[in-house]
Design a protein around this ligand. Structure first.
Ligand SMILES: Cc1cc2nc3c(=O)[nH]c(=O)nc-3n(C[C@H](O)[C@H](O)[C@H](O)COP(=O)(O)O)c2cc1C
Length: 283
């Protein structure tokens, strides 16, 4: 969609690209490199309320389609409610594992509840009604996608801000499933028209998260034209999936003999618990 700058925006002279990139680029790139999904939280250490607000402040400044700002944050500190959410998560994870056993002949999802000891659970809520601010064509073509992208921006900024303060965060996307979101809305009084987009457990790391691999820049950057040498055939794609992603616990899980593949993406974007087995959290 096209966002039109306000008429009053000052017309700045375009600076040379190097002048823009030099002073700021590295710290952000470093933070992007350092941020990790952490799935072990220190049960003995709380997060002060001001610090929670400080990291949510970063989310508030996320870019959104039409500046529609679909996000709201529900901060759960209550210990009983956090325990109920852990149990609800465990209850639904069994259906995921059963589906994986049918398709992959093994459980891929570990059933670990990484966030079991997180002192704060932030539910990231979305109000899709704000899509009415989009151009009519955008609403009809991709209103939902724009809401999702905007939510992703805010969520990522919260993760980055928390990691910047040395805190631990995890992505818990199962909360948006029909089952979990219906139950959570009931427990927490979230109106029906508000979606639960994601959950960010916030706390302090109990251990250092293992680094996760990334594709090399040389494999993903095309110059001027799509480089056919970079196009992945299905064998190369399979190698990638079974070395770098959660399918193979980032290379630690054995690759099974080929079987019928599950349906391809878009479901793939909902990456569940990617961590390797953690005996302390094993369900
Ligand atoms: C859309 C999305 C959904 C995700 N869902 C989960 C999840 O449900 N549980 C989880 O533990 N991690 C989840 N993750 C985290 C990814 O597994 C993680 O970002 C990825 O493995 C790379 O690891 P890193 O975050 O440590 O760099 C999700 C990440 C994204 C962006």
């Amino acid at each position: 969609m096209t966002d039109i700058a306000p008429a009053t925006a000052p017309a700045a002279a375009a600076p040379a690209p190097d002048a823009v990139a030099a002073p700021l680029a590295l710290p952000l790139v470093d933070l992007a490199r350092r941020r990790r999904s952490t799935r072990t939280f220190d049960a003995t250490r709380d997060v002060p309320a001001e610090l929670v607000l400080e990291v949510l402040e970063a989310g508030r400044w996320a870019p959104s389609g039409a500046n529609a700002q679909p996000w709201e944050f529900l901060v759960v500190r209550d210990a009983d409610m956090r325990t109920r959410i852990v149990e609800l998560y465990l209850e639904q994870v069994r259906t995921k594992q059963r589906m994986e056993e049918i398709v992959w002949k093994q459980k891929i999802t570990t059933g670990n509840v990484g966030f079991r000891h997180a002192p704060v659970l932030v539910l990231v809520l979305s109000d899709p009604r704000v899509a009415r601010s989009f151009p009519v064509r955008t609403i009809r073509e991709k209103g939902r996608e724009h809401i999702t992208s905007s939510m992703a921006n805010a969520t990522l900024l919260v993760h980055l801000a928390a990691n910047d303060r040395g805190m631990a965060t995890q992505w818990v996307s199962d909360v948006s499933s029909p089952y979990m979101s219906t139950v959570l809305k009931d427990w927490l009084g979230v109106p029906e028209h508000i979606d639960i987009y994601d959950m960010i457990p916030l706390g302090w790391p109990a251990s250092t998260a293992d680094p996760t691999p990334r594709r090399a820049l040389a494999e993903i950057v095309h110059h001027d034209h799509y480089d056919p040498a970079l196009e992945r055939d299905s064998a190369a794609l399979d190698d990638f999936l079974w070395t770098q992603t959660r399918l193979a616990a980032f290379g630690a899980r054995a690759r099974p003999a080929p079987t019928a593949s599950p349906d391809p993406a878009p479901g793939d974007d909902r990456t569940p618990d990617g961590a390797g087995p953690d005996p302390t959290e094993q369900a």
